[in-house]
Ligand binder design. Structure first.
Ligand code: HEC
Ligand code: HEC
Length: 407
């Protein structure tokens, strides 16, 4: 199933270029996630395409540097069609905690991320018995991230202040240690060497490049000019390095992929004139879902001018929230709490089944198999909103879900 969307778009491209008149029903372009934002220059389009090929088509093997320990052999193996991933490709992270307070990251036993596969001659990791905090996370969609990347830090801090003042919810930013290669934008605020994280389910990555470098290394065992060290199964031995000369990937490829991710278009809302969708949106605001799933953000100045000072509707505040005990997996990675999760954008939500094998697998680990289930699993700071949802009549619930399906 992982290949369905890229395959469809390939077939579509061949149709278009070969014979227009034979075109059967065109796939609705607004249902495809994997295209660039409008307005790229020809040179930017070439970079986008190079990044697309590296992200979608490049499958690593032991000969090209895969491993020694790894989880998957291509980015698209988990991010099919740039949409949400399937639980069968989930990542596992673990740590030792005491009541949600970090005791040991278990780095000497294979932490913080489980690489459960290895190339021949090496030993894959297993979860050590000391690990009592275990997080399972399903890949999010990677579309529209360039807009989220360009929101000024001050905007996020203002949202924290505004939420405190209104008293409905209380989001927090996570301050993250910047990697050596990090180059801040003019608006990025430094706090003792740390910057505000915004990507990943725990807001642990400051920018897209950091996320991409981490994905190459931690998910596939691919070293690059940005991080030249293979992931090692320290639980077995500290010299378990694959024989391929590091770096296995040049900075240019990593930069192309980061550019590709930054310039993927945002999901386009559908059926916005439908009366149920309109009523559903009003209910969403009324019962304060929008306290966290913020419907309008504006970017600051971006080094890619297309993203400068644009208003957009991601339905996230990019902040961490206490989501209650059911969603608390006791795992801690950084300065977040084990019960905190970053509000996920809701744009593209209705398209999730296209890349999840026809079904919904929502929330961080895919445990919710419908939008309704996802809503009723909200607790902690979102308890009153989930209760307000349960208190709606059936018609109102249907309208709210219809609105969400069309984002
Ligand atoms: C084994 C599956 C897997 C592979 C392979 C993988 N990812 Fe991911 N990706 C994930 C998961 C799971 C997350 C969420 C991680 C987190 O919360 O920290 C994620 C998060 C991301 C994000 C952040 C999205 C957001 O909204 O915050 C980006 C960007 C990303 N991946 C890009 C890539 C790129 C580029 C590659 C290839 C170099 C890649 N991924 C390979 C599973 C994968
Ligand atoms: C306190 C902040 C907050 C409020 C209020 C809130 N949410 Fe969420 N929402 C989140 C967080 C955080 C997650 C991710 C939780 C996880 O991954 O375990 C989430 C997840 C979701 C998801 C699943 C998204 C996905 O990609 O898996 C849906 C759907 C959703 N929320 C809808 C709603 C609706 C509808 C309401 C109002 C009834 C609402 N939310 C209120 C913070 C909030």
């Amino acid at each position: 199933m992982g290949k369905v969307l890229p395959y469809l778009s390939l077939v579509f491209a061949i149709w278009v270029s070969s014979c227009d008149s034979l075109l059967p029903e065109e796939p609705e372009s607004e249902e495809l996630l994997d295209g660039p934002v409008e307005g790229l220059s020809p040179e930017q389009e070439r970079t986008f395409l190079a990044g697309d090929i590296a992200f979608t088509d490049e499958i690593f093997t032991p000969a090209t540097g895969l491993g020694p320990i790894f989880i998957a052999s291509s980015c698209a193996g988990c991010h099919a069609g740039d949409g949400k991933g399937h639980p069968s490709n989930a990542l596992t992270r673990f740590s030792q905690t005491d009541n949600g307070v970090l005791v040991d990251k278990l780095l000497d036993k294979g932490g913080p991320q489980l690489q459960h596969r290895s190339v021949p001659g090496f030993t894959a990791e297993t979860i050590p018995k000391e690990a009592n905090g275990v997080s399972i996370v399903v890949a999010p969609a990677v579309t529209g991230l360039g807009f989220l990347a360009a929101v000024r830090d001050q905007t996020l801090l203002d949202l924290v202040g505004q939420q405190r003042q209104e008293g409905l919810v209380s989001g927090e930013v996570q301050w993250v240690d910047a990697p050596d290669f990090f180059q801040p934008q003019t608006w990025q605020i430094q706090n003792e060497g740390r910057y505000i994280g915004r990507f990943g389910k725990k807001a642990a990555a400051i920018n897209i490049l950091q996320q991409v470098v981490g994905a190459y290394k931690q998910d596939m065992g691919i070293t690059s000019d940005f991080d030249t060290e293979d992931p090692i199964n320290f639980g077995v031995s500290s010299d378990q390095i694959d024989p391929i000369v590091d770096p296995e990937l040049p900075a240019s490829t990593v930069n192309n992929v980061a550019f590709y991710i930054r310039t993927l278009k945002q999901p386009i809302p559908r059926n916005q004139g439908n009366p149920d969708v309109i009523s559903g949106k009003a209910i969403f605001e009324e019962i304060n879902c929008s306290a966290c799933h913020v419907s309008s953000l504006t970017t600051g100045v971006s080094d890619i001018p297309l993203f400068s000072e644009v208003e957009f509707a991601p339905y996230t505040d990019l902040l961490l929230h206490d989501m209650g005990p059911e969603l608390d997996d006791q795992h801690v990675d950084g300065n977040e709490k084990s019960f905190e999760w970053r509000t996920p954008p809701l744009w593209g939500l209705g398209l999730a089944p296209n890349s999840q094998g026809g079904d919904f697998f929502l929330m961080h680990d895919g445990r919710a198999q419908s939008i309704e289930e996802a809503i009723t699993m909200h607790s902690g700071e979102a308890k009153t909103m989930a209760e307000a949802y349960s208190g709606l009549n059936q018609n109102e619930k249907d309208q709210l879900i219809k609105f969400l399906e069309n984002l």
